[in-house]
Design a protein around this ligand. Structure first.
Ligand SMILES: *[C@@H]1O[C@H](CO)[C@@H](O)[C@H](O)[C@H]1NC(C)=O
Ligand SMILES: *[C@@H]1O[C@H](CO)[C@@H](O)[C@H](O)[C@H]1NC(C)=O
Ligand SMILES: *[C@@H]1O[C@H](CO)[C@@H](O)[C@H](O)[C@H]1NC(C)=O
Length: 464
C-alpha cells in the first residue's frame, strides 16, 4: 500500500513508527532544484528490496511489430532497406506511420490476465511505456491530440486500466516509462534546430504531460528516457524532480532513474541505468538497474523473431542472480502484441521465473550484496546476504557431477554453521577446508525431486 493512501497519522510519522531504521531525511527537508540536493535523496527502501521488475514496451510500434520498436525512425529517418522494403512490400505507397494508429486495436487485451501473469512471475514492480519516442500516449493525454490510446486505436485508457489492475489484483508497485523527446514532434525539431535555446517543446508538451501523468496515475517508478541530445536544463529536469520529491502525491515512495538529460546518465537522478542491458561486472555502491529484454534484439514485439532470439530461462536466471549479487535490480522486458496479448513464449519465461523465485526468492528479495559477489574456486556461484540474520546465500547455476560443491570464500564455524538447500528440508553435510572454505555434500536427487531446474540456492547460517 502506498503511504499516501493510509488513513490516520501523516505518512512520515507512520513510517517512523513502523520502521525503526527509517531516516527522516526523505520528507523533512524540501529538495532544491539542483542535482546536489536531488541526488542526496535516499532511495525509498522498497526499490532495493524488490530486485525484480517487468518492463513492458507497448505502443503503435507494436502494429508493424517488425524489426524493432524504433521502426518509424529506421524506416523514415535512417531509411534502412529492411524497413523501407517491408513498407513497400506490404502497404500502399502513401501509407504513413500515423496510419498504424487506428490498427492498434488491443482487441484481446485483458488487463486482469496481464496482472495475473506479472504476479506469477515473482516481479515486485512493473514499468509500462506510457509514451515511447513515437509520441503516442497510452493514456488520454490532453497534450497529445488524436495521438493517444483513448482517441485512437484501443479507445481505452491503457495506463489507467493497468494501474487499477496492478493495484487491485497484485502486490506489485506500478511504474511508468516516459520518453522526454519525440522523434518527429515539430516543436521538438524546432527547438533542436535552435540548439535548444528555446523550450517550446518541454513547455507545451513534455512538462505538462509529466505532471499530468504523475498526478493522475501516481507511478512509484518514473523511468525517464530519450533526452534527444538536450541538456537537463532544457528539460527543466531538476525543477520537475524537486516538485516530484517535495510535493507530488508519490513524494515518499517514488523512485526515478538517471535519464534526465544529456550527460545525466549514470551520474544524476535516482538509481543508475547507465546503458541498456547494463552489467557493471563488479559491485556498485550506488543503486542500479539492469534493464534488458527477453528478445535479444528488440523491446517491442517482433513477428519476425526466431526462437533462438529469445533468452532461455537458464540465461534469464543467470542475469537475475548476477545482477542481484552486484547490487542491482533486474528489469526484464516483454513486448505485447497489437492485440494486447502477451505471447506464449514471454508468458512461459515469466511464469518460469516465478516458479524459480517461489523456491529461491529468499536468496533474492531483500538481500544485500555480500563481501564477495561470486565464488573464485567454483565457477557460476553467486553470493547474496542478509547481514542482520547472519545469512549468506550461495546460488549455484550448475549442479556438480560429483555432488560436492566447494565454496572457497565463506568460513564455516564447526558446531554453529548450518547449510541448507532451499526447497529441501534436511540440512546438508559439509566439511571445512583449509585454510578457508567448505565442501558441501549435495543431496542425491532425481530430476523430479529437484526443488528447481535452473539454479539452486544454499542457505548458510552463522558463517564468518
Ligand atoms: C480476463 O482474465 C481473467 C483472469 O485470467 C479471467 O478471469 C476473465 O474471464 C478474462 N475475461 C475475459 C473477457 O476473457
Ligand atoms: C522551467 O524552469 C524555469 C526555472 O526553474 C522556470 O522559470 C520555468 O517556468 C520552467 N518551465 C516550465 C515549463 O515549467
Ligand atoms: C568471479 O570473481 C573473480 C574475482 O573475485 C573474477 O576474477 C571472476 O571473473 C568472477 N567470475 C565471473 C563469472 O564474473
Amino acid at each position: 500500500m502506498r503511504a499516501s493512501q493510509l488513513p490516520g497519522p501523516p505518512p512520515l510519522l507512520l513510517l517512523l513508527l513502523l520502521r525503526p531504521d527509517f531516516t527522516p531525511a526523505v520528507s523533512a527537508a524540501p529538495f532544491e532544484p539542483t542535482w546536489e540536493s536531488l541526488d542526496a535523496r535516499p532511495l525509498p527502501e522498497w526499490f532495493d528490496q524488490a530486485k525484480f521488475g517487468i518492463f513492458i514496451h507497448w505502443g503503435v510500434f507494436s502494429v508493424p511489430s517488425f524489426g524493432s520498436e524504433w521502426f518509424w525512425w529506421y524506416w523514415q529517418n535512417q531509411k534502412i532497406p529492411k524497413y523501407v522494403n517491408f513498407m513497400k512490400d506490404n502497404y500502399p505507397p502513401d501509407f504513413k506511420y500515423e496510419d498504424f494508429g487506428p490498427l492498434f486495436t488491443a482487441k484481446f487485451f485483458n488487463v486482469s490476465q496481464w496482472a495475473d501473469i506479472f504476479q506469477a512471475s515473482g516481479a515486485k514492480y512493473i514499468v509500462l511505456t506510457s509514451k515511447h519516442h513515437e509520441g503516442f500516449t497510452l493514456w488520454g493525454s490532453e497534450y497529445s491530440w488524436n495521438w493517444n490510446a483513448v482517441d485512437e486505436g484501443p479507445k481505452r485508457d491503457i495506463v489507467r486500466e493497468l494501474e487499477v489492475a496492478i493495484r487491485s489484483r497484485t502486490n506489485l508497485h506500478f511504474g511508468l516509462y516516459y520518453s522526454l523527446f519525440e522523434w518527429f514532434h515539430p516543436l521538438f525539431l524546432e527547438d533542436k534546430s535552435g540548439s535548444f535555446q528555446k523550450q517550446k517543446f518541454p513547455a507545451a508538451k513534455m512538462l505538462p504531460e509529466l505532471y499530468e501523468l504523475v498526478v493522475k496515475y501516481q507511478p512509484e517508478v518514473l523511468w525517464s528516457d530519450g533526452d534527444g541530445g538536450a541538456p537537463d536544463s532544457y528539460w527543466n529536469s531538476t525543477g520537475f524532480l524537486a516538485w516530484l520529491y517535495n510535493e507530488s502525491p508519490v513524494r515518499d515512495t517514488v523512485v526515478t532513474n538517471d535519464r534526465w538529460g544529456d550527460r545525466c546518465i549514470c551520474k544524476h537522478g535516482g538509481y543508475y541505468t547507465c546503458t541498456d542491458r547494463y552489467h557493471p561486472g563488479h559491485l556498485l555502491f550506488h543503486k542500479w538497474e539492469n534493464c534488458m529484454t527477453i528478445d535479444k534484439f528488440s523491446w517491442g514485439y517482433r513477428r519476425d523473431a526466431e526462437i533462438t532470439d529469445y533468452l532461455t530461462i537458464e540465461e534469464l536466471v543467470k542475469q537475475l542472480v548476477e545482477t542481484v549479487a552486484y547490487g542491482g535490480n533486474l528489469l526484464m522486458n516483454v513486448g505485447p502484441t497489437l492485440d494486447g496479448t502477451i505471447s506464449a513464449i514471454f508468458e512461459e519465461r515469466l511464469r518460469q521465473m516465478g516458479t524459480w523465485l517461489k523456491v529461491n526468492g529468499e536468496a533474492i528479495y531483500k538481500t544485500h550484496p555480500w563481501r564477495f559477489q561470486n565464488e573464485t574456486f567454483t565457477p557460476d556461484v553467486w553470493y547474496t546476504s542478509k547481514p542482520k540474520e547472519k545469512l549468506v546465500y550461495a546460488i549455484f547455476l550448475k549442479w556438480p557431477i560429483s555432488g560436492q560443491l566447494v565454496l572457497a570464500q565463506p568460513t564455516a564455524i564447526p558446531g554453529e554453521t548450518e547449510v541448507k538447500l532451499l526447497g529441501h528440508a534436511q540440512p546438508l553435510f559439509w566439511t571445512s577446508l583449509k585454510p578457508n572454505g567448505l565442501m558441501v555434500q549435495l543431496p542425491r536427487l532425481s530430476i523430479h525431486q529437484m526443488p528447481t531446474r535452473w539454479g539452486w540456492a544454499l542457505k548458510l547460517t552463522n558463517m564468518m
